[in-house]
Design a protein around this ligand. Structure first.
Ligand code: RRO
Length: 306
């Protein structure tokens, strides 16, 4: 059923054999882990966010489990794009599209990281304009439509591969940012990154994470993510990729009805094995058949009632 024709989707020219993708940040730092995820059934994979220079990330503790999810503040640990190019090159034989997530501290840095990723063999890039807790990048840029326009335009001027933009929910109107990204040339929008959050240990009286504030992911944020996808779908014409608390085929279908053409799975991998990609894809295929639909496309945005 995984090879089912009804599961095939095309996002910004990328052909996916099913609409499940590995979300950025989990298992995306080596070619071998990306290969494992692809072999397990994901329709595409996204790497950990990579910048121009190597970063250590924050001191431990960097993650904490909370009610219905995880809070992380890793702090963008990554080897830097020059070093990471070897992993991209090694991942060239993946049988699914390889999307490299990039970040920068200016529009020029995003563009340079994206160019080097494409040069090494990335099929597309995903601009991280949404990391919720690193100063000078991510959400700090992604909550400002003018900055989003500058970053996306600069990247589009520099590369000829599809540009995805990962948006932050930590804004008062996500549709405004989505419109800015789409008008600047984004080929697809990923919604959402994590929600700013905190955990306090009542015995020590202190915050648990070394960075104090982190990003909440997992089931707790799913309804926020579904609402964001719904609002973005109404505001722009480009494909939306849902992300946030997806662990079952029912979750994936809900995102599709809200307007997502594909879904990314991240935190659920911390709880389940990689078989999750195949299970979610098979569940979507069975749902489509049961409801008499011929493709994923048939149900995208159906909850909008048009
Ligand atoms: O590395 C992180 O701390 C991190 C990133 Br880049 C991101 O985009 N979202 C997140 O929750 N954590």
């Amino acid at each position: 059923m995984l090879g089912s024709r009804c599961l095939k989707v095309e996002i910004a020219g990328l052909k996916l054999h099913n609409p499940t993708m590995l979300a950025s940040g989990i298992l995306g730092i080596t070619a071998s882990s990306l290969r494992q995820v692809a072999r397990a059934g994901a329709g595409a994979v996204v790497t950990k966010s990579i910048g121009l220079r190597q970063r250590e990330g924050y001191k431990n503790p960097t993650t904490v489990q909370v009610e219905c999810g995880l809070i992380n503040a890793m702090g963008l640990p990554n080897p830097g794009i020059e070093e990471f190019k070897a992993e991209i090159e090694e991942a060239k034989d993946l049988e699914v599209p390889l999307i490299v997530s990039v970040y920068g501290f200016s529009a020029e840095e995003y563009a340079k990281a994206a160019s080097l990723a494409v040069e090494a063999g990335a099929d597309a890039v995903e601009l991280n304009l949404s990391c919720p807790h690193v100063e000078g990048t991510g959400t700090e840029m992604g909550q400002n439509p003018t900055a989003v326009t500058q970053v996306v335009s600069e990247v589009k001027r520099n590369i000829r591969k599809p540009v995805f933009v990962k948006l932050t929910p930590n804004v008062s109107d996500i549709a405004d940012v989505a419109v800015a990204a789409a008008e600047a040339g984004a080929d697809a929008l990923t919604a959402i990154n994590t929600v700013r959050a905190m955990k306090i240990d009542i015995e020590t009286g202190l915050t648990v994470l070394s960075n104090k504030i982190g990003g909440l992911s997992g089931a707790a944020i799913k309804p926020i993510a579904v609402r964001c996808v719904y609002e973005i779908y109404d505001a722009v014409e480009v494909p939306v990729i849902g992300c946030g608390g997806i662990s079952t085929w029912q979750d994936a279908v809900e995102f599709m009805l809200a307007g997502a053409s594909a879904v990314q799975i991240g935190t659920a991998i911390a709880y389940e094995d990689l078989g999750i990609f195949g299970l979610v894809a098979e569940g979507i295929a069975a749902y489509l058949r049961r409801k008499g639909h011929r493709s994923v496309e048939d149900i995208v945005g159906l909850s909008h009632g048009n």
